[in-house]
Every structure is written in structure tokens, then in C-alpha cells.
Design a protein around this ligand. Structure first.
Ligand SMILES: *Cc1c(COP(=O)(O)O)cnc(C)c1O
Length: 328
């Protein structure tokens, strides 16, 4: 592990390093003369797995070191963060409360079923925006304080400097695995929602001396908005690590917004098709909010010969949410 983490509290939740495998059928399908690898962060070992387990190790590490006994997470009904927070709280023996903007579902499916099995208390506050949800969260926080509890709020879907530390570790893992197994990975493709994964990868790549080019496929915002989020989150990382780096974003990373369609949670024709095609080729499921759009971008870059060396696709999980993405 990188020594900048020595002072930072962490709860062990996942199983790391996650595996890297080769996607031979995908290479063949794309007629690619280089290799395509997949970093299986969907197999991170707790709950349905995924990128947010890395974030939660640091966020819940902070909660535990503050002696919090109750965690409040919030998000839409099928939020991967909420289910991973609930799974992680089970392992750490913390109480977990979820706040969903959405109506109580008539039947349980995907992540809401997993939350139910985990026995967390879920608040359904109807269709509202993030600001209203945050106000609701702050209110229940105050109520728990009055009851003598020590609640802790997971902010901004775990996209914070603290949460992003997890992906500094991930990029280090990829470098170690690539060197040890002679994979010669040169390019990394990963999704950009609020930009937590992206910030950790970009900062980590700088810390390691730029071994990779990082391609972030936006699934939500225009390029300029995502870039600003990334810059702000990197500044938060630097406050925590006490180490400012010139991340040379324009030189070693590309923030790409060509594949997001109409934005978060709205699939495109191509993203929908790739869920089917990729599963048939490789036996690996991609959900259709983040990972499908990144695969569409990767395939397009390869087909258009914009990549001329080995690639690693980061699978960020979200398996639970797949179960309600095709029945609308
Ligand atoms: C949250 C999430 C991401 C990335 O989110 P960022 O806010 O950009 O860090 C990617 N994939 C899945 C499955 C997620 O749940």
C-alpha cells in the first residue's frame, strides 16, 4: 500500500487486490491487435460489490474512528452506494439508515430487495431533488443527536476526497499487477458520474509518475462540469494527503462526454445493446447506467484506432441495479 495512507483511518471491507483478466473474445470481436483487460472491481467481496466499497473503507474508517454508531446514506431507490453502505455497516456492526428520493416500491427488486434482506431502516421521501433530500438527512441527523446517538452522514454519494482515496489504491494495484504479470497496461477506461473514481485514478496516476493514460467516460454531465468536479475533488484529496501534485490532466487524461446520451440513468441504444452483447461474449454482466456506457466508449475508441496499446477497463459493479433496468 502507498505510504501516503499511513495516517489515514481505514476499515477493511473488500477483498483486494481485485482480479485482472483478459477479454480475448472482446479483442477478437474488435479485431484489436493489442490486449484488453478488465479490472474486476465488481468482485470486491462485500454485498453486490463495486467501486464504492473502496470509498467506504475510508469513509466508514473515519466514522469508526469518530466512534459513530449509526450511518446515514442517501440516494435513489436503486443506489449502489446505499446497498454497499448497508452491507458494510452489517460487517462493521453499525446501524444503517437509508434515505431514498423515490416512493416506497410496491415490490422489492434489485438493490431494494438487498436492503430489505440487510434489515436497514429505509425512508422513502418521494420524488425530490438532492437539496431536499440533504435537508431531510440533516433533520434525521439532528433527531438522532437529540436521542444521544452518534450519527454519521455519508455525503454526496461517497464522492468526496476521502472516498476518492480508494481509487488511488486501485491505480496502484493495476500498476503492480501489470508489472508482476507482464500485462503492459497503458490505458485505463473508467466511468465518470460525480467524478470520485476519476479523481482517485487521476491523482494516483500522477503520484505514480504517469504510467497510464486515463480515459473517463462521463455518464451524466457535460465535460466541463465533470472536469470541474474532478478538480474540486482532487483539491479535497490534497487536503487529506497533504501532498499537492501537478496532475497534468490534459496531458495524461481524457474526459469524454460523447457517450452519455441524455445523462444519468437514461440509457442509449448502444449502451442497452452492449449489456447483451458483452455478457454473451464474456459471461460478465454490465449494468446499464455506468459500465455499459464506458464499454460503448472503449469499443468506439478501439474501432476508430484511437488506442494503440493495451487497455484496462475498470468494472465498477452495480450488479444489484441491473435487475430493474430493463423492465420499464
Ligand atoms: C457511483 C458509481 C460509479 C462512479 O461514480 P463517481 O461519482 O464518478 O465516482 C461508477 N459505477 C458504479 C456502478 C457506481 O455505483
Amino acid at each position: 500500500m502507498l505510504n501516503i495512507f499511513n495516517r489515514i483511518e481505514k476499515s477493511e471491507l473488500g477483498i483486494y487486490p481485485t482480479p485482472i483478466e483478459r477479454l480475448k473474445n472482446e479483442e477478437k470481436y474488435l479485431n484489436f491487435e493489442h490486449k484488453i483487460y478488465i479490472k474486476r472491481d465488481d468482485l470486491s467481496g462485500i454485498g453486490p460489490g463495486g467501486n464504492k466499497v473502496r470509498s467506504l473503507e475510508f469513509i466508514l474508517g473515519d466514522a469508526v474512528s469518530n466512534e459513530s454508531d449509526l450511518i446515514i446514506a442517501s440516494g435513489p431507490l436503486q443506489s449502489n452506494l446505499c446497498t454497499l453502505a448497508a452491507s458494510s455497516c452489517a460487517k462493521l456492526s453499525l446501524e444503517c439508515v437509508l434515505v431514498h428520493n423515490g416512493d416506497k416500491p410496491n415490490f422489492l427488486e434489485g438493490n431494494t430487495l438487498l436492503n430489505h434482506i440487510l434489515g436497514v431502516r429505509s425512508h422513502f421521501i418521494g420524488n425530490c431533488g438532492q437539496q431536499e433530500r440533504d435537508e431531510y438527512v440533516n433533520n434525521i441527523y439532528d433527531e438522532y443527536i437529540k436521542k444521544g446517538r452518534k450519527p454519521y452522514i455519508i455525503k454526496n454519494g461517497a464522492t468526496t476526497g476521502l472516498g476518492a482515496l480508494g481509487y488511488i489504491n486501485a491505480v496502484d494495484e493495476i500498476l503492480v499487477q501489470s508489472n508482476k504479470e507482464n500485462l503492459n497496461i497503458k490505458n485505463i477506461f473508467a466511468p465518470g458520474g460525480n467524478g470520485g473514481v476519476a479523481s482517485g485514478l487521476i491523482y494516483g496516476n500522477a503520484l505514480l509518475g504517469f504510467p497510464f493514460s486515463i480515459y473517463i467516460i462521463s455518464v451524466e454531465y457535460d465535460r466541463s462540469v465533470l472536469l470541474e468536479n474532478i478538480i474540486n475533488t482532487i483539491a479535497e484529496i490534497e487536503d487529506i494527503t497533504n501532498l499537492k501534485l501537478d496532475c497534468k490532466i490534459s496531458e495524461f487524461s481524457k474526459i469524454i462526454d460523447d457517450y452519455k446520451g441524455l445523462g444519468w440513468g437514461i440509457d442509449t441504444c448502444k449502451s442497452r445493446n452492449v449489456v447483451y452483447d458483452f455478457a454473451k461474449r464474456e459471461g460478465i454482466f454490465l449494468e446499464n447506467i455506468y459500465n455499459s456506457k464506458v464499454m460503448v466508449g472503449l469499443e468506439d475508441y478501439v474501432k476508430n484506432k484511437k488506442i494503440d496499446s493495451n487497455v484496462c477497463y475498470v468494472h465498477t459493479g452495480g450488479f444489484g441495479s441491473l435487475f430493474m433496468q430493463f423492465n420499464k
